[in-house]
Design a protein around this ligand. Structure first.
Ligand code: SF4
Length: 411
């Protein structure tokens, strides 16, 4: 398999030009797509977020990829994804993500179908020689596609260090299965999943990346590149390198490299196009940002802790912080996921169904995931602060953000 990874710079606003350039430099799609191909374009839409935030794949990148595919006269083209664990229980989450990200408009403009993979029909697939997950329910759209183009965004990840093209494939599995991957061991489950649905091509949205706790705009990292390649592992290794993250610390990249008999680094990967050394950044991990931003808060996180609880937690902490309650958070212990043992603490909040066994030890926010407001109330109660003030700050911040977004969309 051709391991070339190409990078192209986004000149001005010309995202499409960068996508075309990167794809062409990496070898193009000629060998992959023909008039009989059924193609799935799979962005990262883990939750309803706006394009340009670095949190999800920018709709302009997905649009450029889809346009290219359409030019090959593929038999069918679908843009599909299903929001992440915690956002996958309701059809509207993915549908809302389609609207918020701008992909609904893209699909209308290009005349292609947007498909909510969380509402798709699923088929249980056996994974031979699995590390931890020997069966998984996969969206039929993915199974029936001849070509899957993964279009991840460049991000570090609190559990897996990076989330790139291999991890992006989690969007094609059913909701309960997404939770199962956390329980079984996320990195190993990602590798198992990619044994049966590995992308055939990757376009990496490195226009705006995101580090740490994925808190917008604090954790955004502007890079201004688009990457492309036909070998998913190679693109992910290059992406990790671009973020300044040692791929040896990324277990799913290590496992995958081991399975393919390849080194866990850039050896043997021809990097072409824009000289990426000039763009290399140092993305902070979630825990680095967490301890910088909330030095007095301790997180006790079990293996099953997933994006549902962690995202609501990070949002709630942010609103307590900007409400001026950081001093009150000192000494706060927060439990999420299936933690085995928890010691009593004066200020303790327990989040989500997975951690419910420890509910009697502190203030419990039930649910899977618990709602943002429930988490805010639990953290406030545990820290002895007024939740009304924090909820007021949240609503005001949201209103201001929405007003500025609307203005920028109108101009
Ligand atoms: S309770 Fe929280 S951590 Fe557990 S599965 Fe639900 S959202 Fe994920």
């Amino acid at each position: 398999m051709e391991r070339t990874v190409a990078f192209a710079k986004v000149e001005g606003e010309d995202v499409e030009g960068a996508v075309r350039h990167a794809v062409s430099l990496s070898g193009g799609l000629d060998r992959l797509i023909s008039s009989t191909s059924r193609v799935l374009v799979k962005p990262n839409l883990w939750s309803p977020q706006r394009s340009g935030t670095g949190s999800i794949t920018d709709a302009s990148v997905t649009e450029a990829v889809t346009k290219l595919v359409l030019e090959y006269g593929a038999r069918s083209v679908v843009i599909g994804d299903g929001c992440g664990a915690g956002y996958d229980g309701h059809a509207w989450s993915t549908d809302e993500a389609f609207v918020t990200s701008g992909l609904r408009d893209v699909a209308n403009r290009l005349g292609v179908e947007l498909r909510n993979l969380n509402s798709d029909a699923f088929e249980e697939v056996e994974i031979p020689d699995a590390r931890v997950m020997d069966r998984v329910k996969i969206a039929r759209t993915a199974l029936e596609s001849d070509v899957i183009i993964s279009v991840p965004v460049l991000k570090s990840h609190i559990r897996t260090h990076v989330t790139l093209s291999l991890k992006n494939m989690k969007g094609v599995i059913a909701g309960a299965e997404k939770r199962k991957t956390h329980r079984l061991g996320l990195d190993q489950a990602i590798v198992d999943l990619n044994r049966v649905v590995c992308p055939h091509f990757v376009v990496l949205d490195a226009t705006m990346g995101m580090q740490g706790l994925w808190s917008y705009p604090d954790d955004c990292v502007s890079i201004g590149l688009v990457g492309a390649g036909a070998h998913a592992l190679s693109v992910d290794l290059a992406g990790a390198w671009l973020m300044g993250i040692d791929p040896n610390r990324v277990m799913h990249l290590r496992y995958r490299a081991q399975d393919e008999g390849l080194p866990v680094g850039l050896e043997g990967i021809p990097l072409v196009g824009e000289p990426v050394e000039a763009y290399r950044a140092k993305f902070k991990t979630g825990f680095e940002v967490f301890s910088e931003r909330y030095p007095g808060v301790t997180i006790l996180q079990g293996e099953s802790a997933c994006t549902g609880c962690t995202s609501e937690l990070v949002t709630a902490l942010k609103y307590l912080d900007i409400s001026g309650y950081s001093p009150e958070m000192a000494g706060l212990h927060i439990v999420l996921g299936d933690v085995a043992e928890v010691s009593p603490a004066a200020k303790l909040a327990v989040l989500g169904r997975c951690a419910a066994a420890h509910a009697p030890l502190g203030v419990f926010a039930g649910g899977c995931p618990p709602s943002e407001e429930t988490v805010i109330r639990a953290l406030c109660e545990a820290s002895h602060v007024d939740p009304a003030a924090v909820l007021y700050t949240r609503d005001r911040t949201r209103r201001e953000l929405w007003d500025s977004t609307r203005e920028s969309l109108e101009h």
